[in-house]
Ligand binder design. Structure first.
Ligand code: SF4
Length: 248
């Protein structure tokens, strides 16, 4: 499917070209949240596509293509947003390219305002080592907020089983910071559920997953984890930081 075709398919999915008010969006969360809590991921994405049309997108960090695969089956041509921080492993960029080449999605790569070199010049070299919160704010949080400006709702692959910080993540939640509906179709999925879906559907997986990186972020802030260690313990290891701020 060409980029033009995927965009056309995306436009044809719905007529919700105008954004809803914050009150209307929060009402939707209240009503749909409980109703969809136990629904299969496919049905959750179907609801989001029917409700928000082209004002709904899926985000992917390219650890795997599970969410993008489900979304592509439900709504071919759907927008899949990938945030290229400039610090990704080459395997992550390769997974992004493979997703774009093989799935019928409209892959949108977004980038921070400054390149890594420009950030080094403005804030000093290797900001991630001195102030990772600021680095994440500049290279992750702000670019995603900017990219979501034209959407009312966004889907994330966040799962409750990933870390104790996420055990209460709702399937349909209100992202007060962004003023958007946050949809987490995989919230209830276990690691085994993900593995089963990958095998049964031949889904693309970032090769680093098979090389000791169960959770993959920027290379300066991600290390291998040992067998039995918490999957996210390799992220910002030794700093006390556990989240980049996107899911705060
Ligand atoms: S994960 Fe590390 S390198 Fe990436 S944006 Fe955050 S601090 Fe910067």
């Amino acid at each position: 499917m060409t980029a033009a075709t995927t965009r056309a398919a995306a436009k044809n999915r719905g007529t919700h070209t105008l954004g809803r008010s914050q009150d209307e969006l929060q009402d939707l969360v209240r009503h749909a949240g409980a109703e969809l809590e136990l629904a299969p991921a496919e049905n959750i994405i179907e609801w989001a596509v029917a409700t928000f049309g082209e004002r709904f997108c899926v985000t992917s960090s390219m650890g795997d293509a599970v969410l993008a695969d489900i979304a592509a089956k439900v709504a071919p041509g759907i927008d899949v947003v990938f945030l290229d921080t400039g610090y990704h492993f080459i395997e992550t960029i390769g997974t992004r390219d493979a997703v774009e080449a093989t799935l019928p999605v409209n892959l949108i790569t977004i980038t921070p305002k400054q390149t890594v070199a420009e950030q080094d010049a403005t804030h000093g070299k290797d900001l991630f080592a001195r102030d990772p919160d600021k680095c994440c704010a500049l290279r992750k949080v702000q670019p995603l907020e900017d990219a979501l400006a034209d959407y009312d709702a966004w889907a994330t692959g966040l799962r409750r089983a990933e870390t104790h910080n996420r055990v209460i993540a709702p399937v349909i939640g209100w992202d007060a910071k962004k003023g958007k509906v946050k949809v987490s179709p995989l919230a209830r999925w276990s690691d085994e559920d993900v593995e089963r879906y990958v095998v049964e559907n031949g889904v693309l997986v970032n090769p680093l997953q098979y090389d000791g990186y169960p959770s993959i972020g920027c290379w300066p802030c991600t290390r291998r984890v040992a067998e039995g260690e918490d999957a996210r313990s390799g992220r910002w290891a030794g700093t006390g930081k556990t989240e980049c701020g996107i899911h705060a």
